[in-house]
Design a protein around this ligand. Sequence first.
Ligand code: SAM
Length: 241
Amino acid sequence: MDPEQFKAALAAADWPHDPAQLAQFATYYRYLVAENEKMNLTALTAEADVYLKHFYDSLTLLQAAPDLKLADLALCDVGAGAGFPSLPVKILNPQLHVTIVDALQKRIDFLARLTEQLGVDGVQLVHARAEEFGAKTSGYRASFDVVTARAVAPLNVLAELCLPLVKIGGRFIAMKGSRAEREVDAAQTALDLLGGEVTAELDVTLPETGDARSLVVITKVAKTPGKYPRKPGTPAKQPLG
Ligand code: SAM
């Protein structure tokens, strides 16, 4: 998907955009590949791949949460790495409050320089493990309307990292591949313990490649017990359930 095809795809998906926003995506691409020479940010570097599999793929989050387009909501992206999915969503929706938490300082430093280059404000960057960021003593617990993550951990692990951060009535949206159904089954006990309930599963097909994606929408229906998340590393070592 080259930048012209990306522009057409945005129009087809009814994601409003202007030339300045398209220029921000071009800046994002150039800066990502330049910095990728110095540090490991992405395995994809060809322009068409980055536009399709990072930018467009990130924006499919809007299909599961169309209100991100309209409202002044707080979105948290856990393990955003080089900024996916939250920064493409932020470029198209400047009114959104975005918080990114990542365990790697180098990636947070990259994102600080990138957001400056892009000229976006309202992006908070936090170097932390999600287990600490969502702890009972953290001011961030239960404070986000939407929490999302892509390519970070299996759902039964990810739920413990993300659900504590979601407000009651808010959503945790996991961006998954074609094996989502199996992950949802394996995460059922964890979701029950953490106060989450699967309220939608959207199948998305990427244009051109036909790659299957699944957006799992989990609504926070009850408070997460204070003992979760457990200490850093434990959710991955001993997944709930
Ligand atoms: N979400 C991005 C994407 O889709 O391209 C990056 C995916 S990358 C494979 C996983 C990222 O999650 C890394 O940047 C890593 O540092 C971060 N990460 C993994 N476990 C984490 C944790 N417990 N807390 C915070 N960040 C974590």
